[in-house]
Write a protein that binds this ligand. Structure first.
Ligand code: TXA
Ligand code: MG
Length: 323
């Protein structure tokens, strides 16, 4: 069983000693907990895929501690650099071309000529800075399960497979990073996430294009259903059917609410940021209650509502495979 420790100097020293040995561990970020390992060591990267039972063709995000670290591995265009400087550390991931002589292990990129990079908030970045090499980290859940936003959720899912969990409390954003790729003509959004697209739009000089993940094969892993709780999910519910649990949003009215087996409100005040923080945690609560059907009230497509609807749509999709 994993040793769970607080994010202090001792945690850093233990993490670095483990990383040197090619071991992997769960580390907190502001979005979700990540399952981290040395991006340059095949042994570590393989252990991440194995622990999550994740398909090998779904590439990982490399976590860095500053823009200069990205420069060692990738070619950075002017707008990508500007966005990193503006939003890092934070929930923005950029896909960049790799330099030919890079040392990132090919398993981490699934053989692609690009690398997804981001600087997370907090102790994760401090560990990367001290280790002085990028750490790849997918969300610290088994493939197909909910992304964990607490150390306890990590422990329950994969705690018996890893040596260390660093516990920094609940994640403050609660939903995975927004992933983009800058091209000469536009900024492609590969995954809506914890950085609102409206915040991104203010900083760019070209159109924002949301890639239909079901159509565009930027990364194969983005196409499938994931982020799934055990229960089936019904979106945009205006009434509750017998036996369903209800995920509310704001103070919208709903018919037959007396049918709900459980009721949780993602944000009573109708705030999408608060709803993002609660989303995975509440789905997990309903899983722990062994609920088998969840009705979700409409969530507006503003700010983090775009990312929340993306995750819920995937959770509602037929199950295939996941990350
Ligand atoms: O907030 C986050 O992004 C969290 C924390 C731990 O940083 N990480 C996370 O990782 O959500 P993961 O592995 O669950 O999602 C990474 C996504 C996948 O959809 C993958 O296909 C995409 O990033 N990706 C990785 N490398 C890529 C690349 N070179 N080109 C396009 N997409 C890429
Ligand atoms: Mg994930």
């Amino acid at each position: 069983m994993a040793r769970t420790i607080l994010p202090n100097q001792q945690a850093k020293a233990i993490a670095i000693a483990l990383l040197k040995q090619g071991k992997i561990m769960a580390l907190p970020t502001e979005t979700v907990y990540g399952l981290a390992g040395d991006a340059t060591q095949g042994k570590a990267v393989a252990a991440i895929y194995q622990t999550k039972e994740r398909p090998h063709f779904n590439p990982l995000i490399a976590h860095v501690s500053h823009v200069a670290m990205v420069e060692r591995y990738c070619v950075i265009d002017a707008l990508s650099r500007q966005l990193m400087e503006r939003f890092w550390p934070g929930p923005l991931t950029l896909v960049l071309p790799l330099k030919t002589d890079h040392t990132i292990h090919p398993l981490a990129t699934a053989g692609l000529p690009t690398l997804a990079v981001r600087q997370p908030v907090g102790i994760f970045s401090e560990i990367v800075e001290a280790y002085d090499k990028p750490l790849v980290a997918p969300s610290a859940n088994s493939s197909g399960r909910l992304s964990p936003t607490t150390a306890a959720a990590v422990a329950q899912d994969i705690g018996d497979k890893i040596p260390l969990i660093v516990d920094a409390g609940p994640c403050r954003v609660g939903i995975e990073s927004t992933i983009i790729k800058v091209t000469d003509i536009e900024v492609l959004v590969l995954r809506p996430g914890g950085l609102a697209l409206s915040d991104l739009e203010e900083q760019i000089d070209r159109p924002l294009a949301i890639v239909d993940q079901r159509a565009a094969i930027e990364a194969p892993g983005m196409l499938q259903s994931h982020y799934a709780p055990n229960a089936s999910i019904r979106l945009n519910a205006r009434e509750v059917f017998d036996g369903e649990a209800l995920l509310r949003f704001g103070d919208q009215t709903i018919a037959n609410s007396e049918n709900a087996s459980y009721m949780l409100n993602l944000s009573e005040g109708g705030d999408t940021r608060e709803a993002a923080v609660n989303l995975f945690a509440y789905l997990k609560i309903l899983d722990d209650y062994h609920v088998d059907k969840i009705a979700v009230q409409p969530i507006p497509m503003v700010e983090l509502g775009i990312a929340i609807n993306d995750r819920l749509t995937r959770a509602a999709a037929p199950r295939s495979f996941a990350d």
